[in-house]
Design a protein around this ligand. Structure first.
Ligand code: FAD
Length: 506
């Protein structure tokens, strides 16, 4: 019989994977179970910002904003391939929030989060600044430009899972926890391989429920426990259109309903527009951008841009469900974005920690706080976290060194096109040479699946990043789905199936 793990984690999103890495680095034994692909839940459907959340200041969420602002530079330094500084332009809209209020909010934003590397806010004259050019002429005179960061959300999840595995954690994607029961001081978990249906069991001293939008479902249907806290499922949708303008700034637009939407440069040739806030019920896996949400986002962007954004411009849509802690707010946009823990522990029995809420931005702090809740059981969990200064896999280079790394890659592999070298640097960081596996010519990289995706990269993803389907590769490990045709994606899927078949026969 195998020894019990110190911690079993349900959920391979940013919170589960972040906790797994932190815990494994403290010498704790960890098993993480994810019923689908890693990062396939809410963590792949975010607006992809590492941000303080300017809007949350209006709801007096000072603790959250301060923590999130502080995390921006920490995360940028430990993952400079995945996280990039981004300047945001906030046009003043006559009739909405007054300019003095915007400036006051941005003053706080600049000063409460220990900003050192990111540049401060500046005031813009939109009549003369290049960021005023794509906006409706004569409507927006004054604006503010401030700093936040962009993140490749799902790759941040994978990087944490890789980091955890390198430290000894057992990472099990496509493995659903179907049942967990307390047996005295241990949890006994029953897990199912979702591809084969094979059932397995394991035991653990502590259990963490990091199932995001499924947190309550796990409690009631897998553990048979009534939650004290409740999750509020709030859907958010995004649209992706071809690049709307030629500069590198993002926009944050105020909307008449009090909400804000972002228009953000995305994958070099596209603009990402989002998001919405809509209470939902039912299976969080089944959400999709609705026609109302698409109309809302097109209209909100068209209020600002000279050239209207229409449904015909859309190349991709996606939607996800925020697993917010239900604080009883009447309006979805006002529900707290902060995280809350529920610890279920009776004397002599194994503890269960459930996580409600949490942002991509605050995952590292959430992980450390979650572990500290288990310190009574696991003394190593009481130690201060080590994750602020240790680079994530591939992130061992200078925070401002991405362009230099891309040049280094192009130099070492001159047969790569410059955009491909840049994409590889941004995706794999210093691990790019492992992806290229010593190839000296393009032909050495094997089959070309299109859009720069080669057999060498696909094989790397299967061997090192738990990828097994075309979706894992073209929508999560990369965003090449935006560039590949349907037949190309089908060709990749067929290749993956035949390769898996050959491997299973070997
Ligand atoms: P998830 O990523 O959903 O992970 C939970 C996992 O648990 C899932 O993968 C699921 O498959 C798995 N699971 C469930 N049940 C079981 C089971 N029985 N067995 C095994 N596995 C199971 N945050 C930011 O910081 N910046 C942003 O810009 C931002 N924008 C957002 C925009 C939108 C529209 C949304 C929806 C969220 C946004 N967020 C943002 C918030 C952020 O994305 C989420 O808070 C975060 O991803 C939640 O991560 P998680 O690990 O808790 O959940």
């Amino acid at each position: 019989m195998t020894r019990p793990y110190d911690i079993a984690i349900i959920g391979g999103g940013i919170n589960g994977c972040g906790i797994a890495r932190d815990a494994a680095g403290r010498g704790l034994s960890v098993a993480l179970y994810e019923m689908n692909d890693l990062g396939s839940g809410t963590s792949s459907w975010s607006t992809k910002l590492v941000h303080g959340g300017l809007r949350y200041l209006e709801y007096y969420e000072f603790r959250l904003v301060r923590e999130a602002l502080t995390e921006r530079e920490i995360l940028w330094k430990i993952a400079p391939h995945l996280i990039h500084p981004q300047r945001f332009v906030l046009p003043h809209h006559a009739g909405l929030r007054p300019a003095w209020l915007l400036r006051l909010g941005l003053f706080l934003y600049d000063h409460i989060g220990g900003r050192k590397l990111l540049p401060a806010t500046r005031t813009l004259d939109l009549a003369t600044d290049l960021t005023g050019k794509p906006l409706k002429p004569g409507m927006f005179h004054k604006g503010f430009e401030y700093s936040d960061c962009r993140v490749d959300d799902v790759r941040l999840v994978i990087a944490n899972a890789q980091g955890a595995a390198a430290l000894g954690a057992v990472i099990k994607p496509r493995t659903k926890v179907v049942n967990a029961v307390r047996e005295g001081a241990l949890w006994r978990l029953t897990v199912e391989d979702t591809r084969t249906g094979a059932i397995d069991t394991s035991t653990a001293k502590t259990l963490i429920n990091a199932a995001g939008p499924w947190v309550e479902d796990v409690l009631s249907t897998k553990l048979g426990i009534n939650a004290g806290a409740h999750v509020r499922l709030v859907q958010g949708a995004h649209i992706v259109v071809r690049k709307l303008y030629d500069h590198d700034r993002a926009y944050i637009f105020q909307n008449g309903d009090g909400r804000i939407i972002f228009a953000i440069p995305f994958e070099d040739d596209f603009t990402l527009i989002g998001t919405t806030d809509k209470d939902v019920q039912g299976d969080p896996a089944c959400v999709a951008a609705t026609s109302e949400e698409i109309t809302y986002l097109c209209a909100a962007a068209s209020d600002y841009f000279t050239k209207p954004v229409t449904a015909a411009d859309i190349v991709w849509t996606f939607a996800g469900v925020r697993p917010l802690y239900d604080d009883g707010a009447s309006d979805a946009k006002a529900a707290t974005r902060d995280y809350v823990f529920e610890l279920d522990q009776k004397p002599g029995s194994a503890p269960l920690l459930s996580i409600f809420g949490g942002k991509i931005t605050t995952y590292r702090r959430l992980a450390a706080a979650a572990l500290s809740k288990l310190a009574g059981e696991l003394p190593a969990a009481a130690e201060p976290t080590w994750t602020a200064s240790t680079p994530l896999p591939g992130g061992d280079f200078d925070a401002n060194g991405l362009a230099a790394l891309a040049a280094e890659i192009k130099n070492a592999a001159p047969f790569l096109d410059a955009p491909d070298a840049k994409r590889l640097a941004r995706t794999y960081g210093r691990r790019t040479m492992d992806v290229l596996a010593g190839g000296r010519t393009k032909a050495d990289l094997g089959q070309d699946f299109g859009a720069g995706l080669t057999e060498a990269e696909v094989r790397y993803l299967i061997a090192n990043e738990w990828a097994s389907t075309a979706d894992d590769i073209v929508w999560r490990r990369t965003k090449l789905g935006l560039r590949l045709t349907r037949p190309q994606i089908a060709g990749l899927e067929a290749w993956l199936q035949s390769t898996a078949l050959t491997a299973s026969k070997a």
